[in-house]
Design a protein around this ligand. Structure first.
Ligand code: HBI
Ligand code: FE
Length: 282
């Protein structure tokens, strides 16, 4: 039987190591798999030129992540380790939270190897190599964002011990995965869940439906989120230093404070929210 890298019943040639990593086995991708990467890459390139934050586009460029096909992690790592001392490690799929945080805390980004099927081009619930590499890795070239991701990993290990993972996971969701940033040219995307999605790249910036709210750490930690549809709200940072600075304090007293307060529904607007206008549709 052919070994497969598909998520369900994954049977990679190499057994996962104790830290859940495997070999990417880049040579084993089929022409059809590379073709799916090219299709995903090309349509995002057209959309993101005017929608992604310049730091993301610069990261893509510097890494040489291109339309040709699924990148070889070994080649990306030559650039990434020089740029910010981060490294991509291959995993078969979702790994336990503790393992995920341990890797991030040591500047290792876990990336899945399999690529979505032809039927999943527009939506896939679990991370695949396009989301993980195209979506996440370009931002790891940015020194401040790179430090933020490591701080998140360390924070994750601590939050696990404090029983506050739901609050910290919301910070990841509303920044790393679905974050927007204000630029002189208008709102731009840096969240990996958005840059790897055709329809949400347009919706998040231009649709009148969602709320766009100025970054506020405590507000984010109280806000629920949906994993199976477009977001009801996005949080907007002014710059990456603001994001990193917000993670500098010890979150322990913040978790304690928030435990007294109710959660906030994702479509709710509070009196103190700083609402940010959508970009005009183009
Ligand atoms: N594993 N491979 C992988 N990728 C993720 O993004 C990931 C994970 N395990 C846990 C996890 N994310 C999240 O639950 C944490 O952010 C809380
Ligand atoms: Fe992700």
């Amino acid at each position: 039987m052919m070994a497969s890298r598909s998520p369900a019943g994954a049977e990679p040639v190499t057994e996962p190591r104790a830290d859940h990593t495997i070999e990417q086995e880049w040579e084993r991708y089929t022409p059809a798999e590379h073709a799916r990467w090219r299709a995903l890459f090309s349509r995002q390139a057209a959309l993101l030129k005017q929608r992604a934050t310049p730091e993301f586009l610069a990261g893509l460029d510097k890494l040489g992540v291109a339309a040709d096909g699924i990148p070889d992690f070994r080649r990306l790592n030559e650039v990434l380790t020089k740029a910010t001392d981060w490294r991509i490690v291959a995993v078969p799929g979702l790994v336990p939270d503790e393992v995920f945080f341990e890797h991030l805390a040591n500047r290792r980004f876990v990336a899945t190897c399999f690529i979505r099927s032809a039927e999943q081009m527009d939506y896939i619930a679990e991370p695949d190599v396009f989301h993980d590499i195209y979506g996440h890795v370009p931002m790891l070239v940015h020194p401040v964002f790179a430090d933020y991701m490591q701080a998140y990993g360390k924070g994750g290990l601590k939050a696990l011990g404090l029983g506050s993972l739901p609050q910290l996971a919301r910070l990841y969701w509303y920044t790393v995965e679905f974050g927007l940033i204000r630029t002189a040219a208008g709102l731009r995307i840096y969240g990996s869940g958005i840059v790897s999605s055709k329809t949400e790249s347009i919706y998040c910036l231009e649709d009148s439906q969602p709320n766009r709210i100025g970054f506020d750490l405590r507000r984010i930690m109280r806000t629920e989120y949906q994993i199976d549809r477009f977001q009801d709200c996005y949080f907007v940072i002014d710059n990456f230093e603001q994001l990193f600075e917000a993670t500098r304090p010890d979150f322990t007293p913040i978790y304690r404070e928030l435990a007294q307060l109710p959660d906030i529904a994702s479509n709710q607007v509070l009196a103190g929210d700083r609402l940010v206008a959508a970009n005009p549709p183009r």
